[in-house]
Write a protein that binds this ligand. Structure first.
Ligand code: GAP
Length: 489
């Protein structure tokens, strides 16, 4: 059997659309840039990922609880968090094409090109200038000077006709209240779920009988007016995060940070992602976010290259101290045993649900040639697979349909099932292979006409082998196979 792995994102984009995983938002109106809708299979897959994450982060820890905070938050939240002032990207506009670019990224691409051409000395010189932007005239001015001096052209139009570099805040703004319109009523769509956890830290501490160290987990939507938002669900303007803030005693933060980094990396492996497609990339000290003392990305080898799927951050007491300052409410924790007061440090684990979904799809994708026949198959971890079992009567005849329907009803208590009686059996298998369905059960005449108990064939997606088993044992076999599953190379 010859196997081809995924080599470009376009294949996932088309499969996602064809099978009903992910659609462009508002498709019938020409789509909305960097916003996507999840179809029937995508919604199931996403729910399964959420449920695995929630279980791993809350159910398996006696000191982590979950919350579900609102998307709208008091505007002061974002002043305290630093997002109003600091959540900006330096942007430059091509006056001819009217397209907007991240100024630092244009320079990075220019450096890459110089390196590819073997011009290492020049590349190092510009890199040095880029690394020290903000130290000469100011961030925007320094970036603009490099673009001008290097005559960096617009990637799309090829023009050298730029506006100045300006800071562009990534938060979406709207107005709050029925009669609002002025600046007084501005409210933001949250750019991260984390702040919903920080502002509820006291509420949870007072009600959930938790003691430091403890964690608060949350899954929810976040919004960022991303400028470079082209890579399918990798970079979206509306996306979902699964975040956990772990509140620890200062001084224990470095150890906890290392522990969570390892725990989270293991979670990705447990979801069935191949180990050689995962790596940890620590942030250099000079590239840390405004709130972080240490940070690392868990990266996946997407078809667009190694990219962040999750961030682990040591946020120190930055957020709680700032909320204390801006709200005037005490955020201290009283340690009864040590009889000490302190503002806890926070270790954050923050994973994008959409990026995880994309990672699962990419890692599962295979094109296989088997005895002159070809198939596209998603070898998704059965725990996450949107449909667990396809149930097929071999042909549309009453005794086969009856047993198949009975199986459908029995199995749906425990598994997501799909009954399908249309098309050849081969076509039905192929449809389920593309949907990532790990088990297909076929009811044939041999099974219902034999003396004694009814039997069916169960076909396994990954190696396409089949077993004949008693119909009454289908659930048990599926359960066992799901437990034993491991990813192929
Ligand atoms: N609270 C920390 C925080 O938000 P982040 O690194 O900006 O940190 C965390 O985001 C995760 O959220 C990322 O690792 C990524 O998976 C996801 N994410 C961020 N921006 C995204 C976007 N525009 N589209 C899709 N996912 C995004």
């Amino acid at each position: 059997m010859s196997v081809t792995h995924l080599d470009n994102l376009d294949k996932i984009v088309s499969l996602s659309k064809a099978r009903g995983f992910i659609f462009q938002s508002s498709d019938i109106y020409g789509g909305l840039g960097a916003v996507y809708d999840y179809g029937p299979l995508g919604a199931e897959l996403k729910n399964n990922i959420k449920s695995e994450w929630w279980k791993a982060m809350t159910q398996f820890h006696d000191n982590i609880v979950g919350i579900d905070a609102a998307i709208f938050m008091h505007p002061r939240t974002w002043e305290a968090s630093g997002h109003v002032e600091g959540f900006n990207d330096p942007m430059i506009d091509d006056k001819q094409s009217k397209k907007r670019y991240r100024a630092d990224m244009l320079i990075e691409q220019h450096i890459l090109k110089l390196r590819e051409k073997g011009n290492k000395e020049k590349a190092d010189e510009i890199q040095q200038l880029l690394d020290t932007t903000g130290t000469r005239k100011g961030l925007c001015e320094d970036l603009y000077d490099i673009i001008k001096a290097e005559e960096i052209r617009s990637p799309d139009s090829g023009a050298f006709d730029w506006t100045e570099v300006r800071q562009f805040n990534l938060m979406f703004k709207t107005h709050y209240g029925a009669t609002s319109s002025g600046d007084d009523d501005i409210i933001y769509l949250r750019p991260e779920t984390a702040q919903g956890i920080f502002v509820n830290y006291k509420n949870v501490l007072d009600t959930a009988r938790v003691q430091v160290p403890f964690g608060i987990a949350q899954i929810g939507k976040a919004f960022r007016n991303e400028v470079v938002a082209r890579q399918f669900v990798f970079r979206m303007r509306e996306f979902e995060q699964m975040e956990m803030q772990y509140f620890v005693e200062p001084g224990t933060d470095e150890g906890e940070y290392e522990k969570w980094l390892e725990t989270r990396l293991n979670w990705h492996k447990k979801m069935g992602i191949r180990e050689n497609h995962l790596r940890v990339s620590p942030h250099p000290k000079d590239k840390l976010a405004h709130y972080a003392r240490a940070a690392a990305d868990i990266q996946y080898k997407y078809p667009i290259g190694w990219q962040e799927v999750e961030g682990i951050h040591n946020r120190t007491d930055f957020d709680l101290s700032r909320h204390q300052e801006y709200s005037g409410k005490k955020m201290e924790y009283y340690d009864q045993q040590k009889q000490e007061r302190y503002i806890p440090y926070v270790i954050e684990t923050s994973v994008g649900l959409d990026r995880t979904t994309l990672m699962i799809l990419c890692d599962a994708y295979r094109e296989e040639e088997v005895d002159g026949d070809s198939r596209t198959v998603l070898k998704i971890n059965p725990k996450l697979a949107p449909t667990k079992v396809g149930i097929f009567p071999l042909i549309k005849k009453a005794p086969l349909q009856e047993l198949a329907k009975k199986l459908e009803i029995d199995l749906r208590e425990e598994f997501t099932v799909l009954y399908d009686e249309s098309g050849s059996i081969g076509k039905r298998y192929r449809r389920q292979d593309e949907a990532g369905t790990p088990f297909c059960v076929t009811v044939d005449f041999d099974g219902v006409e034999s003396e004694g108990e009814d039997t069916v064939t169960i076909r396994y997606r990954d190696d396409m082998t089949q077993d004949r088993i008693p119909a009454a044992r289908v659930a048990e076999v599926i359960r066992d196979k799901m437990k034993d599953w491991s990813p192929e190379d």
